[in-house]
Write a protein of this length. Structure first.
Length: 132
């Protein structure tokens, strides 16, 4: 597909690496180390890509159990593009998992202010409220 074509043209394509990691996550036998490597490449090759940093948090760091590092990836995505809503969901869910529900609730409410009908954000908000 387009990912392989992009990487054949430019192996430093910062948008292709994180998407490759995300696709790998759907594989029942996903290789977590490979995902982490690909998402790190994406963040390194496209440091101003909020989606790249968000995928780094979701696929690379959060899936391998490093929630503290995942929160930093989400925060970097928010710094790069404060209007990219996916990073808020990821950060809120990681904060919830880290036992910080009050901070998680503030974060998810910021996303819902941007996208009030976002089902994923509403789902995460429900889990946060349950955990409070």
């Amino acid at each position: 597909g387009w990912i392989d074509k992009s990487l054949a043209i430019d192996p430093r394509c910062g948008r292709a690496w994180p998407v490759r990691a995300q696709l790998e996550s759907w594989n029942p036998k996903a290789d977590a180390e490979q995902q982490l490597e690909w998402t790190l490449k994406g963040a390194a090759y496209a440091p101003m890509s909020a989606p790249g940093h968000t995928i780094l948090g979701w696929m690379g760091l959060g899936s391998t159990g490093s929630l503290v590092l995942a929160t930093e990836a989400y925060r970097e995505a928010m710094r790069v593009d404060p209007l990219f809503p996916g990073s808020y969901s990821g950060l809120a869910d990681a904060l919830r998992a880290l036992g910080r529900p009050a901070e998680a609730l503030q974060t998810i409410d910021r996303e819902l202010a941007m996208e009030p009908d976002n089902r994923e954000a509403l789902r995460i908000r429900g889990y946060i409220l349950r955990d409070m």
